[in-house]
Design a protein around this ligand. Structure first.
Ligand SMILES: *[C@@H]1O[C@H](CO)[C@@H](O)[C@H](O)[C@H]1NC(C)=O
Ligand SMILES: *[C@@H]1O[C@H](CO)[C@@H](O)[C@H](O)[C@H]1NC(C)=O
Ligand SMILES: *[C@@H]1O[C@H](CO)[C@@H](O)[C@H](O)[C@H]1NC(C)=O
Ligand SMILES: *[C@@H]1O[C@H](CO)[C@@H](O)[C@H](O)[C@H]1NC(C)=O
Ligand SMILES: *[C@@H]1O[C@H](CO)[C@@H](O)[C@H](O)[C@H]1NC(C)=O
Length: 420
């Protein structure tokens, strides 16, 4: 009878109290690094008055008050400066009303040390025949917070193949400690041969751990020469007087013999060109006359293949601007334009404007100053409602990074503004 009475009272009590005061934000589990500051947010609101007036936030750790080194911001956030081992544990946020009665208690926020363990499973080496489907597996060690995981090939991030990642090890959903299983599925190709490994990065500690590195080795099947689509390029740009290397996208086994053609004429045997063992064509001193259409042929005892054309363009930029800017005198508030049509250039030049020897800073709004690129190839400055501050000396620079020298500078012009 008494017990029932107490329960009823307790139940009523909770209903009345929780009726209108609710959490807006509760603290979440966190992985921390010793020496850094910890912030745990918490706030509640009284729905009746739609305000936080009179509500006081208090914090405890493992059921005990914490007044020593911590502080509580007016928004309720708890600050624990320079976290140490003693600061780890379960934090709870408590809300008191204006008559100093506890009205809410938050979920526990577990604060624990960030860490990452070694891989539990590393991949094993694979010997495969070309075209065979092979796979590598890894299982990370535990990490808090959860690690970012990648595959690496020859020490660099590898995005190819088919990659599967799943959580592993029965950690609860939403847990800050995680482990992943990783699988990489590949079609074995001699061009993919190399060393493979997994990498797990703890984002809080910024520490990487790697699995063992293992080799993929593929035995090439005999084949007639064939064009490797991923190696095909249709155009290239070369700088004058510089060496150039054009790869031949043909492979095959046994060893392919290569020959190169320019505009239909055989280059093998020419003293200016050298054909490397892997089929690439080399020239040490590119000249304007070297521009044209190149292709390579590959032959072995099993057959023959011919690459698509590669259009080699020799970069250049002319001396003179097609159109240079002119001095301007404009009445304030009117619109005006400074013209810069760069010299003829292959590939087309990029234009940069300078004002008083510094990069032009564009402006938006009613009184805008913008560089506009027109269909005729010019890059003009457009002033809308020109202002006194636009007075100064202007010039434009046309750049073609492939050409030598790579840029041309226009004449310097003056913009003066008249009053109204
Ligand atoms: C609470 O206030 C502190 C100090 O002004 C601020 O750094 C923090 O971002 C605030 N937190 C929230 C959740 O508004
Ligand atoms: C914090 O709470 C969890 C369960 O919520 C418990 O497993 C853990 O031992 C607690 N940590 C401490 C330091 O009390
Ligand atoms: C604070 O809460 C208690 C019950 O927990 C209630 O009796 C009291 O009226 C509340 N005070 C205010 C100012 O709301
Ligand atoms: C061919 O060999 C040259 C010189 O070793 C190298 O620079 C080039 O990248 C190679 N090309 C290919 C497609 O392997
Ligand atoms: C080669 O490229 C240049 C510049 O990109 C272009 O002007 C020319 O028409 C191309 N030649 C052929 C045959 O496609």
């Amino acid at each position: 009878m008494w017990i029932l009475y107490i329960l009823t009272v307790a139940w009523l009590h909770i209903v009345i109290v929780n009726g209108d005061i609710v959490f807006e934000e509760q603290p979440e589990n966190q992985a921390v690094i010793f020496g850094q500051d910890l912030f745990l947010p918490c706030s509640a609101i009284d729905l009746d008055t739609n305000s936080k007036e009179g509500l006081v936030v208090e914090w405890n750790l493992g059921g005990k008050w914490r007044y020593d080194k911590t502080s509580i911001f007016s928004n309720g956030t708890l600050l624990v400066p320079t976290v140490t081992e003693d600061d780890l544990g379960n934090y709870t946020c408590l809300i008191y009303n204006s008559s100093n009665q506890r009205v809410l208690e938050s979920q526990q926020a577990r604060v624990f040390h960030a860490y990452i363990k070694m891989f539990e499973v590393s991949p094993v080496p694979v010997y495969a025949l070309e075209g065979e489907i092979v796979s590598f597996d890894c299982i990370t060690g535990e990490s808090a917070p959860p690690p970012d995981v990648y595959w690496e090939r020859n020490g660099e991030e590898f995005l190819g193949g088919e990659q599967h990642i799943a959580t592993y090890g029965g950690h609860q959903k939403g847990s800050l400690i995680k482990q992943y299983s990783m699988r990489l599925i590949l079609r074995a190709l001699p061009t993919l041969d190399g060393s493979f490994n997994c990498l797990a990065r703890n984002p809080a500690l910024n520490i990487d751990v790697r699995s063992l590195r293992v080799l993929l080795q593929t035995a090439e099947l005999e084949s007639e020469p064939y064009v490797m689509e991923e190696m095909v390029v249709s155009s290239m740009i070369a700088s004058i007087n510089q060496p150039i290397l054009i790869d031949c996208p043909i492979r095959g086994k046994p060893q392919v013999e290569f020959s190169w053609y320019k505009d239909g004429e055989l280059l093998n045997g020419s003293p200016d060109f050298f054909i490397l063992r892997n089929g690439s064509l080399h020239k040490s001193d590119t000249q304007a006359a070297d521009g044209g259409l190149y292709n390579c042929h590959g032959t072995n005892p099993l057959g023959f293949a011919q690459s698509p054309n590669i259009n080699l363009t020799i970069a250049r930029i002319s001396m003179v601007f097609e159109e240079e800017p002119q001095n301007l005198f404009v009445v304030a508030g009117l619109s005006a334009e400074l013209i810069c049509k760069p010299p003829i250039s292959v590939p087309p030049a990029e234009v940069t404007w300078y004002k008083d020897n510094a990069l032009l800073v564009p402006r938006t709004g009613e009184q805008s100053v913008l560089v506009v690129k027109l269909a005729d190839g010019s890059w003009n400055i457009r002033f809308r409602e020109i202002q006194k501050i636009d007075e100064g000396e202007y010039f434009c620079v046309a750049t073609n990074q492939y050409a030598i020298p790579s840029s041309r500078t226009s004449r310097v012009v003056t913009v003066s503004i008249g009053g109204r």
